[in-house]
Design a protein around this ligand. Structure first.
Ligand code: FES
Ligand SMILES: [Fe+2]
Length: 441
């Protein structure tokens, strides 16, 4: 059970809150590289409740800073991004990506004090198509980026998707460490006999109440949901929570599941979902999913976006949202799919947003199926409290290699193997060779 006080700590991300302080120790993925063009328009960017602008300067460097000009707080969103910096249009002061004031155009040269003025800038980094922001105190020597498997793959072979979710980051993330909902929300209308032979997804439908092992790890938590497989082995679904807001869920079979998902708090009530997935590996998924070659109704649709706006929360929003009930089709719900909501991501979106902007955690009745969630909350809380009370640097910040040889995914293993052996076998077989190959490239 999560108390009101614990819930408050877990969900509030603003500057000066325990969780806000903890999140600011990590690099956070914030934008696609393609969203920022050299000398292009500045982009409003909300992160951890702060209103920022992001821009790419003439030489390709990325600037991320508080949107308020340090002169008299005019928004730099209206600024001119030109010749190696952003110039405030109110009185012409100009700043480079590090926040250094380059020009104080409305002040006579003998009264100029530009060397004393700094815009509040944060460190930005770019890797394989993703822009990361570090909002912590170590601006001069930030920690390294985490070595999460899919984020190290070549950009040309990556799918990077962003979708805004209108609720608190924790309840959004927890959908990824809650495997038992798969047999209901997404596959509640599916039957085993309709699966193609050998598709191990049929195990989800054959037994909709898995058991779990859960363990704390250096990078966060790991769980394995297990049940006897149809062919006498054990069907495993492994997933990880990685500090501060990453998941490696078992979207697919282990060999195809080179992916990670981030749930980045924009503020207390809005979250950016970010998927980073290797495209070639994904093609190794078994044919989805039924014997007739069709996917289960409601699981295949590609999400459609609303036109982008320049608002703080105007990027990567979906056409189907709470105000139109996610375009639920009650006839389809009666006859074909469990929800009548089209697409796995949208089903998750509808349900986690339906819990309210911040779930009232004191209202819940957690069950054995929620053990990974309960354990992960405890792990996050302990890290936030250790930071607040003792100044302990949270897990993974200075140990990026802890993230490296891990993957989520499903597979069938010999029933005699315990979870550690079963997982270690697949890491050795699938992840280690791939890491060696990426390191050599
Ligand atoms: S407010 Fe920006 S230059 Fe004056
Ligand atoms: Fe889901």
């Amino acid at each position: 059970m999560t108390t009101a006080r614990e819930s408050e700590i877990l969900t509030r991300v603003g500057s000066g809150t325990p969780m806000g302080n903890m999140l600011r120790h990590y690099w956070l993925p914030a934008a696609k590289s393609s969203e920022l063009a050299a000398d292009g328009e500045p982009m409003r960017l909300k992160l951890l409740g702060e209103e920022l602008i992001a821009f790419r300067d003439s030489t390709g460097r990325i600037g991320v800073m508080d949107h308020r000009c340090p002169h008299r707080c005019a928004s730099l969103f209206f600024g001119r991004n030109e010749e190696g910096g952003i110039r405030c249009v109110y009185h012409g002061w100009k700043f480079d990506v590090d926040g250094k004031c380059l020009d104080m155009a409305n002040v006579p040269p003998h009264q100029d004090f530009k060397h004393k003025v700094h815009a509040k800038a944060y460190k930005a980094a770019e890797r394989n198509g993703l822009v990361w922001v570090y909002m912590g105190e170590r601006q001069d020597a930030p920690p390294p980026l985490p070595l999460i498997e899919s984020t190290l793959e070549a950009e040309a072979d990556l799918e990077i998707d962003f979708i805004q979710r209108d609720c608190n980051w924790l309840q959004a993330l927890e959908g990824d460490i809650d495997t038992s909902h798969l047999g209901f929300l997404h596959l509640g209308a599916a039957q085993t006999q309709t699966y193609a032979n050998g598709n191990i997804d049929q195990n989800i439908v054959a037994n909709r109440s898995p058991e779990f092992i859960v363990e704390d790890t250096p990078f966060g938590t790991t769980y394995g949901a297990h049940r006897p497989s149809e062919d006498g082995g054990t069907y495993w679904r492994f997933a990880h929570f990685m500090f501060p807001c990453w998941t490696l869920p078992p979207i697919s079979v282990f060999e195809a599941n080179v992916l990670a998902r981030a749930w980045v708090p924009l503020d207390d009530h809005h979250t950016m979902f970010i998927l980073v997935a290797n495209k070639s590996a994904r093609k190794r998924r078994p044919s989805q999913s039924f014997a007739d070659g069709k996917e289960p109704v409601g699981t295949a649709t590609k999400d459609k976006y609303l036109p982008r706006t320049t608002d703080w929360l105007g990027r990567w929003k979906l056409v189907a949202h709470s105000a139109n009930d996610y375009l639920i089709d009650r006839e389809v719900q009666r006859t074909q799919s469990y929800t009548g909501i089209d697409g796995i991501h949208l089903q998750d979106q509808a349900i986690t947003e339906s819990m309210g902007p911040i779930t009232d955690h004191t209202w819940e009745h957690l069950a054995p199926s929620d053990i990974p969630i309960a354990r992960t909350r405890r792990r996050i809380l302990a890290a936030a409290v250790a930071l607040a009370e003792k100044g302990t640097v949270p897990p993974g910040v200075d140990t990026p290699q802890d993230y490296r040889l891990q993957r989520g995914g499903s597979f069938v293993a010999d029933a005699k193997l315990d979870w550690r052996e079963a997982y270690a076998q697949r890491i050795a077989q699938d992840v280690v060779p791939r890491a060696t190959k990426v390191a050599a490239e």
